[in-house]
Design a protein around this ligand. Structure first.
Ligand code: FA5
Length: 346
């Protein structure tokens, strides 16, 4: 066939091929066969020297026009196949099927309660403070007025790491660190964190969380402590909650108190559904934290003047608050990592 006729033949040949093509992969093959480096058009062009020199420019122009036409036909076919593919996908898609929600994690209930408690105190102007979980005897005991070898240390069954180094038994060493850092009043901190004790039963675990609070200024009294704690429990549990103080003992506070709140289940009556309330065991009160006025020996240990400074401190067990808030009976549920339990708090 002469070269010009062969060139003109390419367009109908491609049209025939494209009429049958039904996949994008096959279209690729056709494109290579016509326009590829060794395709039909390239092969015709390589025969250009066979033509008399005078005819070559016209043949070149014709070849370019054919090339454009082939490319346009291939592009049309590609768009058509794309549309067909989309229509086929849509035909398989059932919009009435229920959607699949992506799996979503949630914060641990203890984290949620710690954040909530910290938010309440931050709104009152307390700053968040923190300290190490592996503590020195000085910060955990000595500066907090626990004399060496004094039986008061047995109140908190201590896990020792090395001579003079312990896993902190409470968050109170953060008080010591905060006062040493600030060097003088005012100090208003709230310190959430993990603490460790040799304890394990229904209401005690070897690791648990506490939140420490400390306010130091020049004329702080037990009345301020009561006011701050009342505001806190009302924000957390509701407006009608009452707070009472009972005398207690901590080496680092004098006087020391345990704070109770009126029972959140029976509203302090001690009775629910005609029998003694199971949450407060009929007493109408729930123990929530330990507190007191900072002992002068603690001020002296951190270089604050006990004559001119006064302050209160408190420490609460986060698991205890979370159990009350969510009505959970067994402390260990927080640490078993059962997703059926944890997912309820998302
Ligand atoms: C203290 O740890 C003091 N540092 C609190 C304090 C701070 C008093 C500042 C005065 C001033 P206590 O040992 O009572 O106190 O512990 C405080 C709370 O931690 C308890 O009320 C209880 O809710 C919680 N708690 C204690 N042991 C465990 C345990 N093994 N598992 C879970 N929670 C515990």
């Amino acid at each position: 066939m002469d070269l010009t006729a062969a060139l003109e033949n390419l367009v109908p040949a491609l049209e025939t091929g494209l009429a049958e093509v039904s996949s994008l992969a096959r279209l690729e093959d056709i494109q290579v066969a016509f326009l590829g480096r060794k395709g039909a058009l390239a092969r015709l062009m390589s025969r250009l020297p066979e033509l008399p020199a005078a005819e070559r420019p016209a043949f070149g122009r014709a070849a370019n026009a054919v090339k454009e036409r082939l490319a346009a036909l291939l592009e049309d076919a590609r768009l058509r196949l794309g549309r067909e593919q989309e229509a086929a996908d849509l035909a398989r898609f059932d919009p009435s099927l229920p959607g699949r929600l992506p799996w979503q994690g949630s914060l641990h209930p203890i984290t949620l309660v710690m954040e909530e408690i910290s938010d309440v105190f931050q709104a009152m102007g307390f700053e968040i403070a923190s300290g190490p979980e592996v503590e020195t005897d000085f910060h955990n005991f000595e500066a907090l007025n626990f004399p060496p070898d004094h039986p008061a240390r047995d109140m908190q069954d201590t896990l020792f790491v090395a001579e003079g180094v312990v896993l902190r038994t409470h968050t109170s060493p953060i008080q010591v660190r905060a006062m040493l850092e600030r060097k003088g009043p005012p100090v208003a901190i709230i310190a959430p964190g993990k603490v460790y004790r040799r304890d394990s039963d229904l209401t005690h675990t070897p690791m648990f969380h506490q939140i420490e609070g400390l306010l130091v200024d020049s004329r702080v009294t037990l009345a301020e402590l009561r006011g701050v704690l009342t505001m806190f429990v009302r924000q957390l549990f509701g407006r009608d909650i009452a707070v009472r103080f009972r005398p207690s003992f901590f080496p680092f506070t004098e006087p020391s108190v345990e704070a109770d709140i009126s029972c959140i289940l029976c509203a302090g009556t001690g009775r629910a559904q005609n029998s003694p309330c199971r949450v407060c065991k009929g007493t109408g009160w729930l123990e929530i934290l330990g507190a007191g006025m900072v002992h002068p020996n603690v001020f002296s240990a951190v270089g604050f003047n006990p004559e001119t400074c006064s302050g209160f401190a408190f420490g609460l067990g986060v698991e205890r608050v979370a159990m009350l808030k969510y009505g959970i009976g067994d402390l260990r549920m927080f640490f078993e990592n059962d997703l059926r339990f944890l997912a309820q708090f998302s």
